[in-house]
Design a protein around this ligand. Structure first.
Ligand SMILES: O=P(O)(O)OC[C@H]1O[C@@H](O)[C@H](O)[C@@H](O)[C@@H]1O
Length: 310
């Protein structure tokens, strides 16, 4: 199928392929929804943060989203798939990212819709964010010239995300972290286990970032969990009662974060319902344990394939 690249101001719905197409796109000034008629798969992406706020596959919602999350651009979305760039967590002092907010600015900036493409498997939409469209405040905190291109591809049972980071400086390198902060919707956290992280070293953020070795074949969530698994294999499987419900496959990314706030969700202002932690697990693929350096004039790319089994 042809690839269309359009200026952000153009209406991609108007130029959509005829009604007979399997794929369709609807857009407003705030969000884009893509869908596939054959399976009913659907995804909605806010221009705010290019945050995926909903993904339907197999007739059910696959992402967790707080019912009290701001969706109007006033703060980062609590749920879905926010994008973390160029720093993960609280910025380390005395680094070029030191003045940025936790998890950086990608999730709180307004992105542009760049274009769409279709193939036999599904539909892809591309979003862009460049240094020239950042707020003055963010520019003052992180002054590098860059372009980000984020592609979201929907197939019948997968949601595929890919980020390209371009350093468009002529002679300045920059360091960055990147992470796809996916909140997966699960039936019941008590029955869920995470597979694929055995024998890895992880940093436990609930224990002062101390380093541990994962001995279990599977990880169960019995309390507040916030771990960075370093140099993880590319595939992590989430099971419910022993049956796979999600496979998360990372491409070009090093680490996997497993996060569930458990009853500490009580202290998270935009977390509703408070017991919602029972129906979510964050499996976040990224490169976060260390900064990576992007040289002037170079580009980096990485992404995640989320496959829903049910
Ligand atoms: O509240 P935020 O900024 O969205 O962060 C949520 C969580 O994001 C996770 O990625 C971090 O590992 C946690 O430490 C953090 O609490």
């Amino acid at each position: 199928m042809p690839v269309e690249r359009k200026k952000p101001t153009l209406d991609l719905t108007a130029s959509a392929t005829p009604d007979t197409s399997n794929a369709s796109i609807e857009q407003s000034s705030e969000q884009v929804t893509i869908s596939l008629a054959s399976s009913g798969a659907k995804a909605t992406i806010l221009l705010h943060g290019a945050t995926i706020i909903s993904w339907t596959a197999h007739g059910r919602e696959q992402l967790w989203l707080s019912t009290s999350s701001a969706l109007d651009g006033s703060k980062a979305v609590r749920g879905g798939i926010p994008l973390v760039f160029p720093v993960f967590g609280p910025p380390p002092p005395e680094t070029p990212v030191a003045s940025l907010p936790q998890h950086g600015f990608a999730r709180t900036s307004k992105w542009s819709l760049l274009g769409r493409a279709e193939d036999d498997a599904g539909i892809t939409v591309d979003f862009g964010l460049g240094s020239e469209s950042l707020s003055q405040d963010v520019r003052e905190k992180w002054g590098y010239d860059f372009n980000l291109m984020y592609s979201v591809k929907l197939t019948d049972d997968t949601l595929e995300t890919k980020l390209v980071v371009q350093n468009v400086e002529t002679d300045k390198n920059f360091d960055f972290n990147v992470l796809f902060h996916t909140y997966l919707r699960i039936p019941n956290v008590d029955n869920v286990s995470v597979h694929g992280l055995k024998d890895l070293t992880y940093r436990d953020k609930t224990l002062g970032n101390s380093t541990h070795s994962e001995t279990g074949d599977t990880i169960k969530i019995n309390g507040q969990t916030d771990r960075v698994y370093i140099d993880a294999p590319d595939e992590v499987v989430v099971q419910d009662d022993g049956k796979p419900i999600f496979t998360v496959t990372k491409v070009g990314l090093k680490d996997v974060v497993v996060w569930n706030p458990y009853d500490a969700a009580e202290q998270i202002g935009d977390w509703e319902p408070k017991e919602g932690y029972k129906n979510m697990i964050c499996i976040e693929a990224g490169s976060v344990a260390a900064f990576q350096t992007l040289e002037a004039g170079f580009a980096w790319e990485g992404g995640v394939v989320h496959k829903a089994h049910l």
